[in-house]
Design a protein around this ligand. Sequence first.
Ligand SMILES: Nc1nc2c(ncn2[C@@H]2O[C@H](COP(=O)(O)OP(=O)(O)OP(=O)(O)O)[C@@H](O)[C@H]2O)c(=O)[nH]1
Ligand SMILES: [Mg+2]
Length: 252
Amino acid sequence: MGAEGLTDSLFPGILSYERVALVTPNDVPGATSMISTDTAPAPTKSPSRLEAMSRVLGLVRPRGGGSCHGPASAEVTGLAKIALVGSPNVGKSVTFGRLTGVYVTVSNYPGTTVDVTRGRSRLGDQEYEIVDTPGMYSLLPISEEERVARSILFNERPATVVHVVDAKNLDRMLPLTLQLIEAGLRVVLNLNMMDEAERLGMHLDVGKLERELGIPVVATVSTTGRGLAELKGRIHEHAGAKHCAAALCACH
Ligand SMILES: Nc1nc2c(ncn2[C@@H]2O[C@H](COP(=O)(O)OP(=O)(O)OP(=O)(O)O)[C@@H](O)[C@H]2O)c(=O)[nH]1
Ligand SMILES: [Mg+2]
């Protein structure tokens, strides 16, 4: 049995399990220096602050190379991709297990390799590829893990990015949500670990957050499955939505 067959029989929902060796930044597509003015397109008009920042970071995709509206994310499996991103230890892998129907323990080899787990999930009437990315604090990568996560976001062009956050530390997590939105990605905010937030007496106004951010916000406890049905529904809705409200969506 080949490696693929073995993976399939052990974890039916798992498409592949990559161990990305990181010897030099060149090993990871797109994992080159963040500040790359050489490749930034020449501005045709006076850029806004966000546009300027995005260009400097190399985040704006060239027009005509696919968009956040669908087909561009179908590069590897032919399926639209959903990427789970967020800080370490917020529940991305447990959520991945809930979405794909399997629980996976991902082991890292600090400083030498980065693990990326992929699976499939049927949400509504469509099948998606789900990508569990390494933990990241910011779109400005410092660690190799963050470089890989950023590379997945901007090279694989997911149809939806689910930003998984620890609900009890929202103030520390929201800056990345804003970065993802400003970069033109189609974001769903997942307030996970609501059980712990509630135990601390915290009340989060999900509706207000949705209105303020202009994106879907879903509260979950991924260890028990609470809120997961709603999360699946909102991801599917958002992935298929016809327009992108983000200021820097490269489609417009
Ligand atoms: N109480 C509680 N614990 C949770 C919840 N979701 C995840 N956890 C726990 O949080 C820990 C981290 O979960 P993971 O899914 O491994 O987190 P991760 O974001 O994938 O972490 P990295 O892969 O290191 O980036 C585990 O012990 C989970 O059981 C939740 O909703 N509530
Ligand atoms: Mg994980």
